[in-house]
Design a protein around this ligand. Structure first.
Ligand code: BGC
Length: 743
């Protein structure tokens, strides 16, 4: 008893001393808001200014005097970028920054599996932690508006509901590590061409129904801690200091409590940054080296110019304190978070995640005569053709370029899988695309030089094709300029490097041809009817070859579904047929205006509206088994605005192998005061089934799923009347329908 009393007294004494010694800002038992206010009250003007802007390419300053560490950011979004030099984009030449490349986000989206997005985010966050990063510059959620978009591969497709559903768990996964995600590029950064000078003109309906929902979900559901503001303009104002979108929407309406940061080199001015809610500046084309100071970062708009403005009375301190509060909150969530773990780099789990996302995201687009999976029992020789079979794809493409610990190319993966099987894997290059394999000083180390002529390469491939059991053509795009690459859009919808001619010739030489398209974008396929099997292989990262081999051989039954519409021609895309892309330069050549004339009709919404027939529809993807969907019912026939309605459907695996199907639910509004798309995706679920197995899938929707943005009222609205649930496994295959009412 006596001992207990002494222990208690000691504990009280210890706690009291601790509380007395520990300033509030360091006291984890206090709320974050209390700690923020305490830290803020201790900071000098100079210290406050220093946390607002970069101090190196990817870091900003903490508050050393108070023991608050610097903040380290890094790209993003599908792996942690190698370290660059303090003050330049060049690779720092480190040997401990080789990571796992996860499949690019288009592939993640194609998995239609939010649980996988969570694991993806968690794994990425662990790699970031190990590498000492506090913020991952991703995910990217810009809408896939045209297949020419150079950065579509970094994004999650065309549909706001799909993107929102996938991005929330990604963010939660990253942030569960005490690492901030940074959703980008807010907003309307849908083209790469002219991205610094582009002024987007878009109506309020399209803005709210198509372009903003993913950001809203990231903020309100994902609770993202940072948002990166894009290079482009909207409403004649740069996005980083956009009154309507940053101040009113993001920070006002949506209640975002994190930091709004510039894209690296986005436009602002000190006046605008102060007024329009920009919190952190990571480069805005100020060049201090030639101006006032030796340290370029001091001349950033939110550095010395801001400080001077405060000292001479041009600006007050209210806005400054508001920005610093947000940054302190970011510190407490990340580098001042006492529960942060150390993370892992290149763990077995991370490779397994990369492989799984790849396997679940690969889309079997076409499979005539069941050419796939490869019939290995009857195979003696496989001819692999195409540069992308041997090319490492993790280096290049812009800021998402990586330095990987390893990357298994498609041909390596296939050979490893067929090892010991008495199957010859022959190879013909077929065409020469991009042989550089370098980005900012990181090199793949591959020597892809080739001196034979186009004719010679074609002849070799066609000769070898004769008598092969299969041709597996692995081509498509790559990450070089004007392919899938930041800063450039594609110049044409056609495949580059004259691949169409080669594909046609190969298809004539051997009828068992499989075309594997490596890209983040749709491409023209004039030969579609002559090539029996077509696979969308994305940029799959470190485990590329293994994931592809698993799907081609049938070890994994494909279950990916397209996260965007695959048009037959550019003229079938609203942005192109309405001549809105890429916009018109103003006479003074300062800005280029691009009006999104297709409005809400993006992707499959345009397909329904303009009655076009895509090569492959949004949500399309085949399997090696077959599924039957039947018995669609609902728990009620009418709902109110406060209510929800649950649709249940049975799905049976009617084939011979196990597999997964994505049940998709679209809502059709019979009649509305404003024009609406014929249907919109409002629910989906991926379900795994053994052969012969049946399951019930239930999808619940609420009033949000029935609503549209009423631009006159400036609010979301639903209208009483008849609706229809359309259920199936692709936007062009929705055989089950059920009417219901909103009352
Ligand atoms: C890109 C961002 C990237 C940043 C830092 C910019 O050019 O647009 O997505 O996060 O660079 O690398």
């Amino acid at each position: 008893m006596k001992n207990l009393l002494i222990s208690c007294l000691l504990l009280v004494a210890a706690t009291t001393t601790r509380a007395q010694l520990l300033p509030v800002y360091l006291d984890n038992s206090k709320s974050i808001d209390e700690r923020i206010e305490d830290a803020l009250s201790r900071m000098t003007l100079d210290e406050k200014i220093r946390v607002l802007h970069a101090q190196s390419k990817f870091s900003s300053r903490g508050v050393p005097r108070l023991g608050i560490p610097d903040l380290w950011t890094d790209d993003g979004p599908h792996g942690i970028r190698p370290d660059v030099l303090w003050d330049s984009w060049r690779d720092a030449g480190k040997t401990n920054d080789s990571v796992v490349a996860f499949p690019a986000l288009t592939c993640l989206a194609a998995s239609w599996n939010p649980a996988l997005a969570r694991i993806y985010g968690k794994s990425l966050g662990e790699e970031a932690r190990y590498r000492g990063k506090d913020m991952v510059l991703g995910p990217g959620v810009n809408i896939y508006r045209t297949p020419l978009g150079g950065r579509n591969f970094e994004y999650l497709g065309e549909d706001p509901f799909l993107i929102s559903t996938m991005v929330v768990p990604y963010i939660q996964g990253v942030q569960s590590n005490g690492v901030s995600a940074c959703v980008k590029h807010f907003a309307l950064n849908n083209d790469e061409a002219n991205r610094h000078n582009l002024n987007v003109i878009v109506d309020d309906r399209a803005l709210n129904e198509i372009y903003l929902p993913a950001y809203k979900a990231a903020v309100q559901k994902g609770k993202v801690w940072a948002v990166m503001c894009a290079y482009n303009y909207y409403n004649n104002q740069p996005m980083c200091t956009n009154g309507k979108l940053v101040v009113k929407k993001l920070k006002g309406e949506w209640g975002f409590d994190g930091v709004a940061i510039t894209d690296w080199g986005a436009r602002t001015t000190t006046d605008d940054a102060v007024k329009y809610g920009l919190d952190m500046e990571f480069g805005t084309h100020t060049d201090g080296l030639h101006k006032e100071s030796k340290n370029a970062y001091n001349n950033y708009y939110l550095a010395f110019p801001y400080m001077k403005g405060i000292i001479n009375g041009r600006y007050g301190t209210k806005e400054l304190d508001e920005k610093v509060r947000r940054i302190l909150r970011l510190f407490y969530r990340t580098n001042m978070n006492p529960d942060r773990k150390t993370g892992f780099l290149c763990s077995e789990e991370h490779y397994a995640t990369a492989r799984k996302v790849g396997e679940e995201g690969i889309v079997l687009l076409q499979n005539q005569r069941n050419v796939l999976p490869l019939n290995l029992q009857k195979t003696r020789r496989i001819l692999v053709v195409g540069e992308n079979a041997i090319k490492m794809m993790t280096v290049g493409g812009g800021s998402s370029s990586l330095k990987v610990q390893h990357e298994i190319t498609p041909i390596e993966g296939l050979k490893a899988r067929l090892k010991g099987m008495k199957i010859e894997v022959d190879y013909a290059r077929g065409y020469v695309g991009d042989t550089t394999g370098a980005y900012n000083g990181v090199r793949t180390g591959q020597d892809l030089r080739e001196y034979r002529s186009e004719e010679e390469l074609l002849r070799e491939a066609v000769d070898k094709a004769k008598g092969a059991d299969y041709i597996i053509y692995i081509g498509g795009l790559n990450k070089s300029e004007h392919q899938d690459d930041e800063g450039y859009d594609r110049l044409t919808y056609d495949l580059p490097y004259n691949q169409d001619r080669l594909i046609e010739a190969l298809a004539r030489a051997n009828k068992n041809m499989v075309y594997v398209n490596i890209s983040g974008n749709a491409v023209a396929m004039p030969w579609k009817s002559r090539v029996p099997a077509i696979v969308q292989g994305w940029f799959l990262g470190s485990e590329s070859g293994k994931a592809l081999a698993a799907v081609l051989t049938g070890d994994t039954n494909p279950s990916g579904k397209l996260p965007f519409t695959w048009p037959a021609r550019l003229e079938d895309v609203g942005a192109h047929v309405l001549n809105t892309y890429p916009g018109t330069w103003r006479p003074d050549h300062k800005l280029i205006d691009e009006e999104y004339k297709e409005s809400i009709y993006v992707g499959y919404r345009w397909v329904d509206h303009a009655k076009t027939t895509p090569l492959f529809a949004f949500g399309h993807g085949l399997s090696y088994t077959s599924f039957k969907l039947f018995d669609l019912r609902a728990d009620k026939t009418a709902m109110t605005r406060e209510d929800r309605i649950t649709f249940t459907v049975k799905v049976k695996n009617t084939g011979k192998v196990a597999g997964a199907e994505v049940i998709q639910l679209y809502i059709h509004d019979d009649e509305s005061s404003l024009e609406r798309p014929y249907k919109e995706l409002k629910g989906f679920q991926k379900v795994y089934l053994e052969p012969g197995e049946s399951k019930e899938v239930s999808i619940t929707v609420d009033n949000d799923a029935l609503s549209f943005y009423d631009d006159k009222a400036g609010a979301w609205k639903s209208e009483n009347g008849n609706f229809e649930a359309l259920v199936g496994n692709a936007s062009d295959n929705l055989p089950l329908k059920l009417k219901f009412q909103l009352k």
